[in-house]
Design a protein around this ligand. Structure first.
Ligand code: GUN
Length: 281
């Protein structure tokens, strides 16, 4: 079994992006800028945002974090987004989720101009991705896709099973695999026989948020398995895949942590640079 090293792949991607930022700076005399809005004081969100800022600085991006208290009014946030939309030094805007209950997530997502939507959550980007047009692609599925492609460059005709149908992961993942000519099955909590579906798969992407759901006898021996799960349990953080069992039975697997996670942040930087490049045309 080969362990797919997301930490290493992310470091390689960051090195490439750093080089690209230096070239863009030489060409345009400016660097791409990422602005993150963080509302409230949820610890995981604070950690994510700190890591995003650190990585952005590392590759040479201009990075800014705007913080609001949990009680901030929705209209203040929407006004700020409007201001950032017309700020030429800002290439990408990300509003960290989840949001406090009194703020309408969809309104916030739709307020971000699609050309600065580094999350790829705006309906315009969702539509463009599903139509096969150029778009921002959500960072986690993009990271999964790059890990799969690095391991297996041709996915033509492969059977892929995506476990989970979220807008954040499952649905965009399906689009990316379809674009690569995979035959994709998207499964979810109401799927009749999930084990039987997974046993058909050359590629499994597990993104449901159920600890160790995918077991050792659910996988083919030459399968590639990508674990998107980050689940807090009594025995620590585990993925959606039972690592010990599945690692004995497949060709390749991503660990948790150190698999998809590091790639997600690197892809956010990539998306910011891509938004910048599109804005310079
Ligand atoms: N919170 C957890 N994951 C994400 C993400 O990919 N984007 C945003 N904006 N918030 C998140």
């Amino acid at each position: 079994m080969i362990l797919i090293d997301g930490k290493k792949a992310a470091a390689e991607l960051r090195a490439e992006l750093k080089q690209e930022v230096a070239e863009l700076k030489a060409k345009h005399n400016k660097v791409p800028g990422l602005t993150v809005i963080l509302i409230g004081d949820l610890t995981p969100s604070q950690i994510y945002v700190r890591n995003k800022e650190k990585s952005a600085n590392e590759v040479g991006l201009k990075s800014e974090v705007i913080k609001y208290p949990d009680s901030v009014e929705e209209k203040i946030v929407l006004e700020k987004i409007k201001e950032l939309n017309s700020d030429k030094t800002v290439s990408g805007i990300l509003v960290q989720l989840p949001l406090p209950k009194h703020i309408d997530k969809q309104k916030v997502i739709e307020a971000i101009h699609p050309s600065k939507d580094v999350d790829g959550f705006h309906p315009m980007n969702v539509g463009n991705l599903s139509s096969g047009y150029e778009s921002s692609i959500p960072c986690t599925p993009l990271g999964c896709y790059l890990l799969i492609k690095k391991f297996e460059p041709s996915l033509n005709g492969k059977k892929a099973v995506v476990v989970g149908r979220s807008n954040l992961n499952g649905k965009p993942m399906t689009q990316l695999l379809l674009k690569e000519n995979c035959t994709v099955t998207i499964t979810h909590s109401k799927t009749k026989d999930l084990k039987a579906e997974c046993l058909e798969a050359d590629i499994i992407v597990a993104a449901v948020g159920i600890p160790e759901l995918v077991r050792g006898d659910w996988v083919k021996k030459d399968a590639i398995v990508i674990d998107v799960g980050i689940n807090k349990t009594d025995k620590g953080i585990v993925g959606d895949v039972h690592f010990e069992e599945v690692s004995k039975n497949v060709k390749a697997l991503t660990p948790v942590p150190g698999g998809v996670g590091p790639m997600t942040i690197a892809c956010l930087l990539k998306n910011t640079i891509d938004c910048f490049k599109r804005s310079q045309i």
